[in-house]
Design a protein around this ligand. Structure first.
Ligand code: ADP
Ligand code: MG
Length: 345
């Protein structure tokens, strides 16, 4: 009988998800990679931090668009080349995200982003003709990837950039590496892309803040365990000219910064790459299309902040969502699930 109750207790602990990670001390590191500062806190063996950093550095070496020794650089120069290691998996998943979002995410948008100056900081508004010409070479459907050989081929003048999904992928890969090495509590911040492993050491969920896109102060707090939280917003990187604000998230349909009525999109899910790709893509799509994509998916939840400052959250976040003190008065609406006709993930 006692054994029965012990098993019930064990089952309840497992259902709760987190049982507390024990007495490990936090190990932290901060380093620059993938164009951003990364901060990792893990509860476990300190040597794993170096392993995690090496994993990210290897991935960056393969997929950097600016490093002349990278595999992606070679593909962009000569139109063909192989991706090795996990870079191939990154490419395959990135292409799947482009398809899933109907091209709102397009990994061949790089020349357009560059023309606006977002890669160098020499910002400018390109002319309509220039944008039109560049858009002729933006079309992810023309990218060929052979998942057996890892060889990628792109047409002349097409350039690929996996930057919109690389940090999310790197977060997931790092989380997997840590779990495999016995870590069951970690908080990885990859320049705003957050990846959690398990819960906090005391067994409660990680609290992840989402900023007010208008002021930068924490607006929303999400309770998260074992998942990724990725935000894309027009306020992260932008420039102003003649009274207009231009940001770094482009609508591949127009070649101009996406204006969809949203100021930020936060995506929560098990797969960091999916979250990263979707945060960019849903921002491009706008609330209505984004909600429709959510309705037929079951691998993510999202928080949308509109240009009016209204907040929309998908139903799955209802119990893990809270407003900060300062934003208690904000308008919040829950997007409910519609009765299902069909689901295609
Ligand atoms: P960040 O990398 O700044 O955290 P995102 O994950 O939203 O933000 O990625 C935005 C980056 O992706 C931009 O800096 C740009 O290089 C690229 N990008 C912009 N628009 C698109 C798009 N529609 N599809 C794919 N990549 C994009
Ligand atoms: Mg993104």
């Amino acid at each position: 009988m006692r054994r029965f109750w012990f098993l019930v207790f064990l089952a309840l602990c497992m259902l709760a998800g987190c049982t507390g990670a024990g007495t490990d001390q936090p190990q932290t590191t901060s380093f620059f990679a993938m164009d951003t500062v990364m901060d990792f806190t893990i509860y476990g063996d300190e040597s794993l931090l170096a392993g995690a950093e090496a994993l990210i550095s290897d991935l960056e070496d393969a997929v950097s668009v600016t490093d002349e020794n990278s595999e992606v650089y070679a593909i962009n120069q000569i139109g063909e080349g192989a991706l090795t290691g996990s870079a191939g998996e990154l490419m395959q998943s990135a292409l799947a995200m482009c398809r899933r979002t109907g091209g709102a995410l397009d990994i061949s948008i790089y020349p357009v982003v560059r023309a606006w100056g977002f890669t160098t900081g020499s910002y400018q508004v390109p002319g309509e003709d220039a944008i039109g010409e560049l858009l002729d070479h933006v079309d992810y459907t023309k990218i060929q990837y052979n998942d057996e050989t890892g060889v990628v081929s792109v047409p002349d003048d097409m350039k690929i950039d996996l930057g919109s999904v690389a940090k999310g992928f790197a977060g997931s890969q790092t989380a997997q590496y840590l779990r495999e090495n016995g870590v069951d509590s970690a908080l990885l911040n990859l320049g705003g892309n957050v990846q959690t492993v398990g819960c906090k050491p005391d067994g409660t969920p990680w609290k992840i803040a989402v900023k007010d896109p208008n002021g930068g102060t924490p607006m929303i707090v999400l309770s998260i365990q074992d998942q990724a939280v990725v935000t894309s917003g027009g306020y992260e990187r932008y420039f102003e000219q003649d009274g207009n604000t231009y940001w770094h998230i482009m609508d591949p349909a127009t070649g101009r910064p996406a204006e969809s009525g949203l100021l930020s999109v936060t995506v929560v899910g098990d797969d960091g790459l999916v979250c990263d790709g979707l945060s960019t893509a849903l921002f491009v799509m706008g609330l209505e299309k984004a909600a429709a994509l959510w309705q037929k998916s079951n691998d993510f939840e999202a928080v949308f902040v509109t240009t009016e400052g209204d907040i929309y959250i998908t139903a799955g976040l209802e119990n893990s969502f809270a407003l900060t003190e300062e934003h208690q008065g904000a308008f919040v609406r829950v997007i409910e699930r519609l009765p299902k006709e069909s689901s295609d993930k």
